[in-house]
Design a protein around this ligand. Structure first.
Ligand SMILES: [Zn+2]
Length: 371
């Protein structure tokens, strides 16, 4: 979020500074030659370099770039770069996108960019558009592809990768059969050899980060070693389901209830784990269930409440699937994609609102865990 605000502010300030170009000439124009290059250091920075051979008096230099990701408005960032004071016929400038201050991008992200140069007569010269991939080249990555999933891994043997791919395909199959949700576009999964290796490939990693999903980029990065393979399979299915849900429901107007998003991811993991079930059961016995309405908002970070929130989300999604079927769940996701509010989506598809869902589901869960 911080990054988003910083970029919005930056583009706003630059918009205020920008002026309307009088005309555009290409970089091959005899008066100016523009040579651009980039240096990438994942995950910390990208340095954009420009060499200008010119007969003109350069007054204004700008870098323009677009980050490729799923978004509803193509946002072009514009960076005003200082013109060197002693600028003669050859000028070298650069601008460093320091991810340590803005937050980083996931590996494999493509950035399109070009430069513009203006002279003292307000003539505008523009370089050809180029692109750079922000890749983690620390490792010798291998790839495995199947049904819109590309797995990138660098340690372990082919069976290890095949096992993880099977986990992904099983999760996709379970989602497809029970919710009608599927991957509309390709995703990339980067398997690091441990949580430690993953955190080294991130700029703002919390010490407990074991896996991270970037839904708008269609990317997951996760640390998996043989010692945590069981946890890893579940985490992989969970994060992959977040990418599926995002593709099925994202729209410029509204998000979806957190219980639906997390519930689908929990459901994709398979059966609810005993730890989670314990919290769910206890809450039924103690009459301390969190309401469906409350679970529309981000979950509590307190451990017990957090466990219960995830367990309940699983159960609410399982209830909707068991009682009303795959088609209705698919319809619910589709209605959300149109930007519906929570109550309207439920009313449209199931004929009841959040309050009624809360009552119906609490009856259902009460019957499962009878004394
Ligand atoms: Zn989740």
């Amino acid at each position: 979020m911080l990054k988003k605000i910083a970029l919005v502010l930056l583009s706003f300030v630059l918009m205020m500074l920008s002026f309307a170009p009088i005309h555009v000439q290409s970089s091959s124009d005899a008066a100016v030659t523009l040579n651009d290059s980039v240096d990438v250091s994942f995950p910390d920075y990208i340095r954009f370099n420009l060499k200008i051979a010119t007969e003109i008096t350069v007054e204004d230099l700008r870098l323009h770039y677009i980050v490729e990701r799923k978004s509803y408005t193509a946002v072009t960032q514009e960076i005003k770069v200082a013109v060197p004071v002693s600028s003669q016929s050859n000028i070298s400038v650069n601008w460093i996108w320091d991810m340590r201050t803005t937050g980083s991008l996931p590996s494999g992200t493509v950035i399109r960019y070009w430069w513009t140069v203006s002279d003292n007569n307000k003539n505008l010269y523009q370089s050809e558009q180029s692109s750079v991939r922000f890749d983690d080249d620390e490792y010798n990555w291998q790839q495995l592809n199947e049904n819109n999933v590309t797995l990138h891994w660098y340690y372990g043997d082919d069976d290890f990768a095949a096992d993880l791919m099977q986990t992904c395909q099983n999760a996709l199959q379970r989602l497809g059969e029970d919710t009608g949700a599927y991957l509309e576009s390709p995703v990339r999964i980067y398997i690091y050899s441990s949580s430690y290796a993953l955190r080294n490939a991130m700029v703002f990693a919390k010490e407990w980060t074991g896996g991270v999903a970037y839904p708008a980029y269609g990317v997951i990065a996760i640390g998996i070693s043989n010692s945590n393979i069981e946890w890893s399979r579940k985490a992989l299915a969970h994060e992959l389901a977040h990418l599926v849900t995002y593709q099925m429901t994202s729209n410029p107007y509204n998000d979806i209830p957190v219980w639906l998003n997390e519930g689908i991811s929990m459901y994709a993991e398979g059966e609810l784990e005993k730890d989670y079930e314990y919290y769910l059961k206890s809450a039924v016995y103690n009459d301390s269930l969190i309401s469906v309405q409350s679970l529309c908002s981000p979950f509590s970070s307190y451990s017990e409440q957090s466990y219960l929130s995830y367990a309940e989300s699983y159960s609410i999604v399982a209830y909707l699937i068991e009682e009303y079927g795959q088609q209705k769940m698919h319809q619910l996701l589709t209605v959300f994609k149109d930007g519906s509010t929570y109550n309207n989506a439920l009313l449209t598809v199931y004929g009841f609102d959040l309050n009624a869902l809360n009552e119906l589901w609490q009856d259902y869960i009460g019957q499962i865990y009878v004394y």
